[in-house]
Design a protein around this ligand. Structure first.
Ligand code: FEC
Length: 280
C-alpha cells in the first residue's frame, strides 16, 4: 500500500493583508485645520468604497481599526480575490496624502485557508480503495474533483465579508517543530483527532466570536494568522484561554504578538485622526 500524503487537503480563498501603522499625531496637529480636513476627506473617500467591497464585489472588503497600546495606532485589513488586487489596495493606501503621517510598523500577508482534516483522510482512503496511487495524474484529478465540490460548498467562508463586530484580535501562530514535540512528524490520524477536538471547543464560541484562519507558509514569517472578531473583548480571552488547555495548543502551538483594535467606519476616520472614537 503506498504512503498516503502527510499534508491535509486545504481550500484557499481570499488573499489577505494586515497593515499596522503608527500615526504621526504631532506632525498632524501642526497642519492647519483645513489641510487636515482635506487630507482626512481624501482618505475617507478612498476607504469608504473599499469598506463596501473593491470593484463592487461584496467580499473584497477593507476595514479600519484603531489599535490599542504601543504596537501601532491604525490597523487596516484587506481581503481580495487576488494577490494583485491586494497589492493594488496597498499601493492605493501608500498614495494617499495621509500616508505621509502613517509609518508602517507591521504587516502580515496570508490567504484564507480551510484545513480539511476530517475529509482528507476520507478522500485519501476512498482513492486508495479505487487503487489510485498518490501523486499520479489520476489521483490528482480525483482530488481536484473533491476539492471543487468542497469549494462550492464553502464559498462564503473562503471569500468572507469582514465580520461586523466592534473588536478585532489578530496574531500569528506556528505549529511546533521541536525535537520532542513536532506537529509535522505526527501521523495524520493523530493530527485529525486533535484538530477535531480544537474545532469542538471553537464551536462552543460560535455565537459570540467569528474566527478567520489564514495561512502564511511561503507568504510571511509565521505559519498561520488568526483573526478573531467579537463585540465583547473578554470572549477573546476566554476562548484563547480555554484552547491553551487543548492538546493541539498546549503541546504544539507557538504564538506571535497580539494586535487588538476597535472598528472605525471609514466615515469616522476624520474624527479618529482628531482623537475621537466612534460611538457604539
Ligand atoms: O493545522 C491547521 O490547520 C492549523 C490552522 C489553525 C490554527 C487555529 C487556531 C485557532 N483557532 C481558533 C478558533 C477556532 C474556532 C473554531 C475553529 C475551528 C478550526 C477548524 C480548523 C482550524 N480551526 Fe481554529 N485553528 C486552525 C484551524 N478554530 C481546520 C475546523 C475544525 C473542525 O471543525 O474539525 C470553530 C469554528 C466553527 O466551526 O464555528 C472558534 C483560535 C485559534 C488560536 C488559539 C489556539 O490555541 O490555537 C482561537 C492555527
Amino acid at each position: 500500500v503506498p504512503d498516503m500524503p502527510a499534508v491535509p487537503l486545504t481550500l484557499e480563498g481570499a488573499a489577505v493583508l494586515h497593515q499596522m501603522f503608527r500615526f504621526d499625531r504631532g506632525g498632524w496637529k501642526r497642519l492647519p485645520k483645513e489641510e487636515r480636513g482635506r487630507i482626512a476627506a481624501e482618505a475617507t473617500n478612498a476607504l469608504a468604497p473599499l469598506e463596501k467591497g473593491f470593484s463592487g464585489i461584496h467580499h473584497n472588503q477593507s476595514a479600519i481599526y484603531s489599535q490599542f497600546g504601543h504596537k501601532g495606532d491604525l490597523i487596516l485589513i484587506h481581503f481580495r480575490d487576488s494577490f494583485d488586487d491586494l497589492h493594488r489596495a496597498e499601493l492605493s493606501i501608500a498614495g494617499l496624502a495621509l500616508a505621509s503621517f502613517l509609518q508602517p510598523v507591521h504587516s502580515y500577508l496570508s490567504v484564507v485557508e480551510l484545513g480539511l482534516y476530517e475529509s482528507s483522510a476520507k478522500t485519501y482512503g476512498q482513492l486508495t480503495e479505487r487503487n489510485l496511487t498518490p501523486h499520479t495524474p489520476e489521483w490528482n484529478a480525483a482530488v481536484e474533483e473533491t476539492l471543487e465540490r468542497q469549494r462550492a460548498a464553502m464559498l462564503p467562508r473562503l471569500w468572507p465579508a469582514i465580520p461586523d463586530y466592534r473588536y478585532i484580535c489578530f496574531y500569528p501562530m506556528d505549529r511546533k517543530r521541536a525535537e520532542s514535540n513536532n506537529w509535522y512528524s505526527l501521523s495524520m490520524p493523530d493530527r485529525q483527532r486533535m484538530m477535531h477536538e480544537h474545532g469542538q471547543i471553537g464551536r462552543r464560541y460560535a455565537d459570540t466570536v467569528r474566527q478567520i484562519i489564514t495561512a502564511s507558509i511561503g507568504l510571511d514569517d509565521w505559519e498561520w494568522g488568526v483573526d478573531l472578531f467579537a463585540d465583547d473583548p473578554l470572549v477573546f480571552k476566554k476562548l484563547i484561554y480555554e484552547m491553551r488547555f487543548d492538546e493541539v495548543s498546549a503541546v504544539y502551538a507557538l504564538f506571535g504578538s497580539f494586535h487588538f483594535g476597535l472598528r472605525v467606519p471609514a466615515r469616522s476616520l476624520g474624527g479618529l485622526l482628531e482623537g475621537e472614537l466612534p460611538a457604539l
